[in-house]
Structure formats: structure tokens, C-alpha cells
Design a protein around this ligand. Sequence first.
Ligand code: OGA
Ligand code: MN
Length: 215
Amino acid sequence: MNQITRLTGGVGDGPRERIVDSLVRQGFAIEPDYLSPSLIKALRREIRRRDARNEFTPAAVGRQDSLHHNALIRRDRTHWLDGSTLAQMRVFAELELLRTDINQALFLGLFDLEAHFALYPTGGFYRRHLDAFRGDNPRVVSVVIYLNSRWRPVHGGCLRIWPQRDAVTPLMDVAPRAGTLVCFLSELIPHEVLPSHAERLSIAGWFRRNEGPPL
Ligand code: OGA
Ligand code: MN
């Protein structure tokens, strides 16, 4: 960052600036090495510990009033973050900085974050979908952080980004490498998780707008 941008508070060149810039330009952003290796390790340990205690539940699909489990659409298990460990608090602190930066640049009025750990077993996947449909869902920006150690191409499990819902040619595949953060506009970017050939660990979260009081 040069002196002028620092003095004026202009756009710099750190990871959050790159994410915001790419969100504005293309609706999604991919930032490798967003979290430190020590934090990733602590999160991975926490997932293993909680899974061993059966704290993960099969993920559901559908809108809030009609949640159901459908193993043809997705096959992963999840556990919601509640900020009860140091590792979770560090993730929330990082993402809070990102929330503020996105709000300042895009005026999206992002209000809070909900996030869960996700564990895809071998053979796990999540078919092409949008995270929100216009109007019916407070999720505005989706964020995924990958935690797999030693991911290799043979492990599969890439995040496939599509240009449109019915497109036949994908835009790109993102490798779920430990520390990579992906973020995208929830209503705009269709995506899927390709079948994983190894256990796949991540955090998926959504920055939400304030729903306000019920009408
Ligand atoms: C989701 C999702 C993508 C990923 O949980 O809604 O699309 O790469 N996750 O884990
Ligand atoms: Mn999704």
C-alpha cells in the first residue's frame, strides 16, 4: 500500500481488499492462505473432537419452513459455530473484519454471520444450487473456508462455480486447499461441491441482512 492510499483510506492491496475488489468485479472471490496454518490446525482438531462426540448432524436442504434431508442433493454433516472455543472466536474476528470491509465498499447492509463446520465423508457432494433466492432469504454473501490438510487433485471435492443456473460449461473449479477462502453473492452464483474422494473439512458461513420485525 503506498502512502497516498494509506492517508486517504483508499483501496489497498491486502487480502480483504482483494476479496472486496473481486466481489465487486465478478460476484465472487477466491483468496488462498486466508487463515494461518495454526488456526486451521486448531479448527481441524475441533471438528475431529466434535465429530467423535457425535455433535455433527446430517445437513438439510430446502427453505427454513420445509427443511428436509435429501441424500440425492447433498451428503455432508454439519455443526453450527457458536463462538465457544478460541479457534471459533478467531474465525469470527477475521470474518467480522471482512463483513465491515464488504459493507463499506458495497453497501450491502450485512448485519451478522451464521456459520457451520461441514464434513463431507468420502463420496460426499452437494449438487448445483444457489444459497438464496431473491427476497425469501436473509443470506447475502456466502463464505467458505477450507480446512483439509494435504489436499491433492485425486481427492476431488472441488467447488464448481457456474455462470448461470442452467449453464453447461462451468466457470471454474476451486480446489478445497487448507486456508483458501471463497466468498460470493448468495443470490447470484450457482455452485456445487463435486464428489469428494477423501474426507473434506470446511467452514461455510453466510453474512445476512437484518430481517427486521415480522410483517
Ligand atoms: C454450501 C456450499 C460449498 C463448499 O454449504 O452451501 O455450497 O465448497 N458449500 O463447501
Ligand atoms: Mn452453497
